[in-house]
Write a protein that binds this ligand. Structure first.
Ligand SMILES: Cc1cc2nc3c(=O)[nH]c(=O)nc-3n(C[C@H](O)[C@H](O)[C@H](O)COP(=O)(O)OP(=O)(O)OC[C@H]3O[C@@H](n4cnc5c(N)ncnc54)[C@H](O)[C@@H]3O)c2cc1C
Length: 410
């Protein structure tokens, strides 16, 4: 029986698994977590808008409808393409006839001194929870010690979609939570500062949408610093290129996406930025039966530029690689991948978002915000999660409150 192994249960790996449904092969899905994370909503977990369980979906629950798929929790540590087997960190070896690598990406600190050690990221559920814990630990500490003017400044580094969403949500959280739950604290001490090295926010969007995002964030009290480079990050704040130190106890790094350094050590062809090099049918360059998809893969669009590390490229490449595997199993030839750009969106806060759809249509304000809400609800995994998120969002909208403001883990 043909053995297909997929490593990574994110957008790309799960899309490949779906597409392989019904084929005459044994499929093994491997991930270091036993759940799939819906990363686009992690910033809402970090800012107490959603529960962790709302953005995580157990893989085994998904497999109830995929009888030929076996799940295995494990961490990929090696690929032996000569022997057609992979190694896991626990020492297991797993043979394959076709391998799909869908390992995702991680935070890129661009070598900024102290950034990794002193900043929080929001790439995983653990990281999002750590940010939430820190925000509320700061509030509790200041409130419990009668420190009305305690410095609650949060610095968010990076004015892309992640930074803009995080800064907007933090500003709303601080405005509302401080007023309702921590009346003893002074909201003006809870500054949110967003730092961007370029001359505009959301550089992947049109300039008019960048302008809109800037004015919406500023109207929510976010201090946006454009053309500002971070020189270093210390445990007591962020040092800018001009020498200024912004005093802060919580610094969130949303400035870049990179590939885990462990991916380079797999011995597969890779680009300078670490992404696995793939050919037009998404097979890893130099390998006959290994595919790479999603954020970890250096897939290019028709004009030769690298595809952005976003959900749609991941879903579409996962599906295409699985289609290629089906073709090869049936003795047919593979076809070249063609990306269909459906557009991008980012939210700024209550009734404010930007959307740039294929065909050039641009939306802002409530229309973009509603489109953003609908798209995220539709893309979430699992009916329970969708209902829970819908209920949480409706409740927050009506009550102006936020959700789980609890500090977990002691
Ligand atoms: C905060 C944030 C906000 C985002 N917002 C948006 C948005 O609004 N719109 C959008 O389109 N995209 C957004 N993205 C990007 C989007 O989430 C990613 O492009 C998408 O998740 C990529 O899918 P993937 O399957 O390639 O990787 P992932 O979804 O990251 O999945 C990779 C999987 O591989 C597993 N894995 C990794 N290494 C190993 C290993 N060695 N062994 C075993 N398992 C391993 C991981 O546990 C993970 O489950 C956002 C990302 C973040 C972090």
């Amino acid at each position: 029986m043909t053995r297909v192994v997929i490593v990574g249960a994110g957008f790309a790996g799960l899309s490949a698994m779906e597409e392989l449904q019904g084929i005459d092969a044994d499929v093994t899905l491997i991930d270091k977590h036993n759940f799939a994370t819906f990363q686009p909503l992690l910033y809402q977990v970090a800012t107490a808008g959603l529960n962790p369980g709302d953005v995580a979906f157990p893989v085994r629950t998904m497999l109830r409808h995929h009888k030929r798929v076996t799940f295995r929790q494990g961490i990929l540590s090696s690929v032996d393409s000569a022997a057609n087997e992979i190694g896991l960190l626990d020492g297991s070896r797993i043979p394959y006839d076709y391998l799909v690598l869908a390992l995702g990406a991680t935070t890129n600190y661009f070598g900024v001194p102290g950034a990794q050690a002193n900043c929080d990221a929001i790439y995983t559920l653990d990281e999002a929870l750590a940010v939430r814990n820190k925000v509320f630990a700061m509030f509790e500490w200041a409130a419990s010690h009668g420190m009305k003017d305690f410095n609650l400044t949060t610095v968010v580094v990076g004015g892309g979609a992640t930074g803009v969403e995080m800064a907007g949500a933090l500003a709303e959280l601080k405005q509302r939570a401080l007023k309702t739950d921590y009346p003893a604290l002074d909201p003006s001490s809870a500054r949110v500062i967003l730092i961007e090295a370029q001359d505009r926010l959301l550089a992947a969007f049109s300039p008019s949408l960048s302008k809109y995002a800037l004015s919406e964030l500023q109207s929510r009290g976010v201090e946006v610093r454009l053309n500002t480079a971070v020189k270093a990050v210390h445990n007591n704040g962020v040092e800018l290129a001009d020498g200024e130190l912004i005093d802060s106890k919580l610094m969130v790094w949303g400035a870049g996406v990179g590939v885990d350094s462990a991916v380079r050590s797999l011995g597969l062809a890779h680009l300078k930025n670490g992404r696995i090099e793939v050919g037009s049918d998404l097979r890893v360059v130099g390998a006959n039966n290994i595919f790479s998809v999603g954020d970890v893969a250096g897939t290019t669009a028709a004009d030769g530029t690298l595809l952005p590390q976003l959900a749609q490229p991941a879903i579409q490449t996962g599906k295409h690689a699985a289609g290629s595997i089906k073709a090869l199993i049936n003795g047919e030839t593979t076809t070249a991948f063609k990306y269909k750009d459906k557009g991008t969106m980012a939210t700024i806060g209550r009734r404010a978002a930007v959307a740039e759809l294929s065909g050039g249509l641009k939306l802002t304000g409530s229309a973009a915000w509603l489109a953003w809400l609908a798209l995220h609800l539709m893309t979430l995994l699992g009916v329970r999660n969708r209902l829970s998120v819908l209920l949480n969002w409706s409740w927050h909208y009506i009550s102006w409150g936020r959700g789980p403001k609890v500090i977990l883990g002691g």
